[in-house]
Write a protein that binds this ligand. Structure first.
Ligand code: CA
Length: 236
């Protein structure tokens, strides 16, 4: 496949898109730096090596599986249920301590949402998050963009990303063919979830990952910022 073919394929996909599935953390809210700080600190306290990059590359996985993998890597054994519970509770508490001010939004995403809305397309939130503080603030932070019945959260699925279930659920409820749905993601596991669901996935690299991390996960296109994505949407 040549670059020209790839661009034509993506233009076709984008022009067809009637429903946009937005991930939340790292796409709408710039919440990842706080998650990274909280994970790094709490893992350190438990003697588990863990970096900000580990946090970004694992984004979207449940806290439990992140903890279990860290135990396997560092100690060569699985974490007990008790350890999982303790560490996850500490991480959540630490994260909430960092929430002295409201979580910032990703620069430029409000303009992307506004543009998609003006085009009359469906706008969905598809997130593995069950963080009420963020979910409940969506309508305040992005007024009249989201609808209650167009959200897939941790409360709607049994299997989180990278499993396709969250995006499959959004697709089913959208009532549209798959070619008319477009996923906007920032994390490799989220990209894999969208691709496993058979959808076109545009990644916006809003964190500290390498472009290759997102391309290897299967992203159809990678943008360096929301501004770049908006320009692409506006030009085509
Ligand atoms: Ca994300």
């Amino acid at each position: 496949k040549t670059i020209k073919d790839a661009i034509e394929y993506n233009l076709l996909r984008m022009n067809l898109a009637k429903a946009y599935f937005f991930d939340m953390d790292g796409v709408l809210f710039d919440s990842m730096p706080r998650h990274a700080i909280a994970w790094e600190e709490v893992m350190k306290q438990h003697g588990l090596p863990f970096t900000a990059y580990d946090c970004y590359i694992n984004e979207g996985r449940t806290g439990e599986s992140v903890i279990r993998e860290a135990f396997q890597k560092a100690l060569g054994r699985d974490a007990t249920q008790e350890e999982v519970k303790t560490i996850y509770a500490e991480k959540s508490a630490y994260y909430h301590q960092l929430l002295q001010t409201t979580t910032p939004t990703i620069p430029g995403v409000a303009d992307v949402l506004q543009f998609v809305k003006e085009q009359g397309h469906q706008i969905w939130v598809v997130t593995g998050s069950g963080m009420r503080t963020l979910l409940d603030s969506l309508n305040e932070v992005f007024p009249s963009i989201f609808q209650q019945d167009q959200m897939i959260t941790a409360f709607d699925v049994t299997q989180g990303k990278p499993h396709p279930e969250p995006y499959l659920k959004a697709w089913e409820r959208s009532g549209l063919p798959k070619e008319q749905c477009l996923v906007i993601e920032n994390a490799p596991l989220g990209v894999r979830s969208g691709k496993a669901a058979g959808l076109t996935v545009y990644a916006v690299n809003t964190g500290i990952l390498k472009r290759e991390d997102l391309l290897q996960a299967g992203a159809d296109m990678v943008f360096d910022s929301m501004h770049e994505l908006l320009q692409f949407l506006q030009q085509h």
